[in-house]
Design a protein around this ligand. Sequence first.
Ligand code: PGA
Length: 250
Amino acid sequence: MRRALVAGNWKMHGSREQARRLITETVDGLPADCAAEVVVLPPFVLLPVAAGVLEGSRVGLGAQNVCDADEGAYTGEVSAAMLRETGCRYALVGHSERRALYGEDDALVARRAAAALRGGLSPIVCLGETLEQRERDLTAEVVLSQLDAVVAELGMVGLARCVLAYEPVWAIGTGRSASPEQAQDVHGLLREHVRRLDAGVAETLRMLYGGSVKPDNAGALFAMPDIDGGLIGGASLKSADFLAICRAAR
Ligand code: PGA
């Protein structure tokens, strides 16, 4: 049985004051019987204040990226060990904004995932096709090659310690979510691919859907057999919406 995970990706939003308020509201509003594991992913500089507010709560902490190296001359980067020491348990890698705006390719994303594992973090590996790729019928090819790059670097033992997040690029921040059936099709495909490599890993690997998840569509998405929770962008910045999405998880 896979426990649902709902992760709130704040992207580059928030001040210390907003972080305190948003996290306090989330912690206070989370029902005691919430089925999902809940994690927030604030910008790097807000991680310490977030960690302080989260201490002793049931809400976990993660980062939006992690360096592929462990230490050294990598100006502007943050290592897995630093994140771990700050209280993180997860790190996103390969978010489509990193791929599209900052040129991170499959090989670098895979190395970042490997560094996260070495430093004791669980990588949340983002995959997804652009609208153009979908229209050219390349969705399966794109997401499977993104996944294969991670498998080549980590092996199945490493993949078993990851979370996947399928985020169609055309659905991110657009208000146009994939339908539950569209999302399930890709999740099913990904799980089948993993199953051919290792049936045990396929059973336990959690796969989140991300891209315009809102309180009114979360329930239908999370009801799909291979969708194990969500990666939530815009809606994670409003505690009422984020909590409603957390409650929708099975
Ligand atoms: P969105 O973002 O929920 O605002 O579409 C999702 C993400 O980019 O992780």
